[in-house]
Write a protein that binds this ligand. Structure first.
Ligand code: NAD
Ligand code: UDX
Length: 469
């Protein structure tokens, strides 16, 4: 079996950075080098202000950096010296060409594979960390084998999908439910490569939680896991609409069904919609793969999970507009939260983007405040035209002063701690709260005088008549 002493990771993003920091912490005898083509990203990893916000990450990086954790743009040098190479580059949805808007764009992956092939002078274990379509390893193997100029260099490919969630990445990595490693376990070399990676994780993960599988099962399991998780959110969000129509309370429904041990309580929080860089991209990719195999009904089933998510976001906007007397033209609306979930500054596919555009299209002016998202990021996400109607605020008070309504887009804990009585005092009347995350004390807000819309909760009498949205 290969004993791994040097690991390199191509891609210093939300996955590459935290996963490698954890390996460096747990395996002090392994030298870990994280490389990226982006100089600013690597500079940030080498600075006191890391490029991503993730609770617990700074401490580990600052403790291991310069000891057995290094960040560099010397991709080729790192490939040459390491026995094991993780590839954690981005695999977004294709924007053009065949499979546009559905298939995964493997341009970055292929580029990384070509670089590995070109500069590998000794045998390498290649670990797919990125989320990829099932059977990607087959294509990558061809690229590696056919492009390596050195005779006799052997590449063993493993699939080791990452299951961390942003905001809890370090606790997820520290104590994962499971680690999944796929390889060519039917042959001895493939099994040896799997064993080498198992040994790395066994430094801190109990062996019973390190699952091994064939390559295709591991690749597909990642897409399946994200599809199942997203499906739960779309299911409870579908229920939230029915709750509003019938007077049921979605929190009570999710508690009632979640206490059935076969269903379980997690991932049943109704919301304005799921966001993040993974769920939509991976479901579209899964559905595309189904289509390619002629499984149209299966593709349609998974597509409907994304369709329900889009419906939930537009339903929320319609609810806001109809509640505010069918016109929000010229009204100032405070948006609290812009990140796709709490404890991250990541805004990729955040529901706040679609809701924001929906409100602006109807003539509203937006005051946006998020504790971890900078104005530059909001500008990039919303675009120049929308920015004409947006003010990026540096405090919640700035966002709320003179606003007709406030919508909660992210479940940041600090929103619960605000002095809502004081907020009521500085807002226009009637003052509306639209809670897209169900985090506030709705009865207290009503007692203060707010008109409250809480997603999936029995409707405030003031909002009756706007059902069916
Ligand atoms: P990211 O965009 O944050 O990071 C990817 C990095 O790869 C970027 O810094 C980019 O510059 C770099 N890169 C691209 N091509 C390169 C090349 N040829 N050589 C060197 N560097 C290159 O992406 P991410 O969020 O870390 O996601 C990475 C992969 O992990 C994706 O496939 C994603 O689906 C998957 N994933 C993400 C999460 C998550 O929570 N973000 C969780 C599980 C899996
Ligand atoms: C997800 C998967 O959870 C993780 O395993 C995978 O590796 C990457 O994709 P992430 O997108 O970082 O992780 O966060 P997650 O906690 O899954 O939340 C995704 C979105 O769903 C967020 O917008 C969140 O607010 C929303 N969500 C989550 C709900 O609306 N309701 C819930 O009950 C749970």
């Amino acid at each position: 079996m290969v004993t791994v002493t040097k690991i390199c990771c191509i891609g210093a993003g939300y996955v590459g950075g935290p996963t490698m920091a954890m390996i460096a912490q747990k395996c002090p005898d392994i030298e870990v080098t994280v490389v990226d083509i982006s100089q600013p990203r690597i500079d940030a990893w080498n600075s006191s202000e890391l490029p991503i916000y993730e609770p617990g990450l700074d401490e580990i990086v600052f403790a291991r950096r310069g000891k057995n954790l290094f960040f560099s743009t010397d991709v080729e040098g790192a490939i040459r010296k390491c026995e094991m190479i993780f590839v954690s580059v981005n695999t977004p949805t294709k924007k053009t060409g065949l499979g546009k808007g559905k298939a995964a764009d493997l341009t970055y992956w292929e580029l990384a594979a070509r670089t590995i092939a070109a500069c590998s002078e000794s045998d390498k274990i290649i670990v797919e960390k990125s989320t990829v379509p099932v059977r990607t390893a087959e294509a990558i193997e061809k690229v590696l084998q056919r492009n390596c100029p050195h005779e006799g260099v052997r590449f063993d490919i493993l699939s080791n999908p990452e299951f961390l969630a942003e905001g809890t990445a370090m606790t997820d990595l520290n104590a994962p439910d499971r680690v999944l490693i796929g390889g060519k376990i039917e042959n001895p070399e493939g099994q040896a490569a799997v064993d080498a990676l198992v040994e790395v994780y066994a430094n801190w993960v109990p062996r019973a939680q390190i699952l091994t599988a064939n390559l295709w099962s591991a690749e597909l399991s990642k897409l399946a896991a994200n599809a199942f998780l997203a499906q739960r959110i779309s299911s409870i969000n579908a229920m939230s609409a029915l709750c509003e129509a019938t007077g049921a309370d979605v929190k009570q429904v999710s508690h009632a069904i979640g206490t059935d041990s076969r269903i379980g309580p997690k991932f049943l929080n109704a919301s304005v919609g799921f966001g993040g860089s993974c769920f939509q991209k991976d479901i579209l990719n899964l559905a595309y793969i189904c289509e390619c195999h002629g499984l149209h009904e299966v593709a349609n089933y998974w597509h409907s999970v994304v369709g329900m998510n889009d419906y939930q976001k537009s339903r929320f906007v319609r609810r806001m507009i109809s509640a505010m007397f069918n016109t929000i033209s010229g009204k100032k609306i405070a948006m609290l939260g812009f990140a796709f979930k709490k404890d991250t500054g990541d805004t990729r596919e955040s529901p706040a983007i679609d809701v924001g555009h929906g409100l602006i299209e109807d003539g509203a002016k937006l005051n946006i405040y998020d504790p971890k998202v900078a104005a530059d990021q909001i500008k990039m996400d919303m675009g120049d035209e929308a920015m004409k109607r947006i003010t990026c605020c540096t405090s919640h008070t700035e966002a709320l002063t003179g606003a007709h309504a406030v919508c909660i887009m992210t479940e940041w804990d600090e929103f619960k701690e605000y002095d809502w009585e004081a907020i009521y005092g500085v807002m226009e009347k009637p003052a509306f709260v639209f809670d897209g995350r169900l985090i506030l004390d709705h009865q207290k807000l009503k007692d203060i005088g707010f008109i409250v819309y809480a997603l999936g909760k029995p409707l405030d009498p003031f909002l009756k008549g706007a059902e069916g949205v």
